[in-house]
Design a protein around this ligand. Structure first.
Ligand code: NDP
Length: 324
């Protein structure tokens, strides 16, 4: 009987998901994430969390009966998995159901950046096509490019499959080489950047990729370089990227993610060779609903005494994702 199980929703959540959650569980929605406004008794009734955003050990300590954090999103770098494991709290995420949508967005962002489609549309909307004439020819083309993917996982592979249709060459960098792809592997990001003219980030955030895209990587990418980030803003040294876009170290960038979202540096917004999207890669109602359903099904499975559907690697390794 899920109605007796209390689930905390800190912060904002997809409205469809919140509605379904409320129909299923006893939901405590704390929009400003300030748990101190709940009584100690109420906090002690909370057994699960459904959320997108940061959860640290101090938050977990306020919830003595917490068993599971169901993260809305495949990226869970904002959840302290070490603190969760220490407290025997299992963490789940939403892989696969968003892969194709995010890959579609990545290709859209790549084409917008290479062929200046956003700026060309602005040219038309501003009436300049009629008064000043054609939008200038773009300096860049996708034809003949070699695309490097950092993070050839679920999303990276879906991007690569789409890129094959465009007839470009593909290479990649992961921490470990894959045995199931024909693309050249580069053991370092700098080596990959040096071998390609287009770099797409589809890797997770967190400590292992922190500021991996730095001035040296951007220099290696070179003056015709196109940089696309669909992973996490923390993976990029943002001031170094701004400098590289300003001084022609690379040609252009297309970004869906930023270091301090929703803040985007004014220096980035001022750059004509940056295409900027407000973290919308998975943001269709269709895909967000599928992500929400997976969050709810993870919670249901867990509170039915079954194995969670999609526990994160850290929880599996710690033996927390109990089996049915
Ligand atoms: P996967 O786990 O399937 O793939 C991640 C890939 O990144 C793996 O190939 C992994 O290979 C590689 N990787 C991990 N750590 C490193 C590292 N330190 N250096 C180099 N490569 C690394 O995840 P998904 O494809 O499902 O998702 C990837 C990420 O995309 C998410 O974590 C999320 O941050 C981001 N994302 C962004 C969205 C948006 O709205 N913009 C939407 C959805 C996801 P290996 O382990 O061998 O290193």
């Amino acid at each position: 009987d899920f109605a007796s199980v209390t689930i905390l929703v800190p912060g904002r959540l997809n409205p469809d998901t919140l509605e379904t959650l409320k129909e299923t569980f006893d939901v405590e929605h704390v929009e400003d994430r300030d748990l101190s406004r709940l009584s100690a008794e109420r906090r002690a009734s909370i057994r699960g969390i459904a959320q997108m955003g940061p959860i640290d050990g101090a938050t977990m300590d306020m919830l003595p009966k917490l068993e599971i954090i169901a993260n809305f999103g495949v990226g869970y770098d904002a959840v302290d998995t070490k603190a969760a494991t220490e407290r025997k709290v299992v963490v789940t995420n939403t892989p696969d159901v968003l892969t194709e949508e995010v890959a579609d967005t990545a290709l859209g962002l790549l084409l917008m950046t290479v062929r200046e489609l956003g700026a060309a549309e602005q040219h038309l909307r501003a009436g300049l096509w009629e008064t000043k004439g054609n939008y200038p020819l773009t300096g860049a083309t996708l034809q003949g490019r070699t695309v490097g993917i950092m993070g050839l996982g679920r999303i990276g592979l879906a991007i690569a499959r789409r890129l094959e249709g465009f007839g470009v060459k593909i290479a990649y960098h992961n921490r470990s080489e894959r045995s199931d792809v024909p693309y050249p592997y580069h053991p370092t990001l700098e080596s990959l950047a040096g071998a390609v003219d287009t770099l797409i980030i589809a890797a997770p955030g967190g400590a292992s990729t922190e500021k991996a895209v730095n001035a040296a990587v951007l220099k290696a990418l070179g003056p015709d370089g196109i940089f696309i980030n669909i992973g996490r803003g923390s993976t990029v040294d943002e001031p170094a990227l701004i400098e590289a876009l300003k001084d022609g170290t690379i040609r252009a960038a297309g970004l869906d993610v930023f270091d301090k979202e929703p803040h985007v540096p004014a220096a980035l917004i001022a750059l004509p060779n940056a295409v900027l999207l407000p973290h919308v890669a998975s943001a269709s109602r269709h895909t967000r609903r599928a992500m929400g359903d997976l969050v709810i099904n993870n919670l249901k499975a867990w509170f039915q005494g079954e194995k969670p559907l999609t526990p994160v690697a850290e929880s599996v390794e710690a033996g927390l994702a109990r089996s049915a």
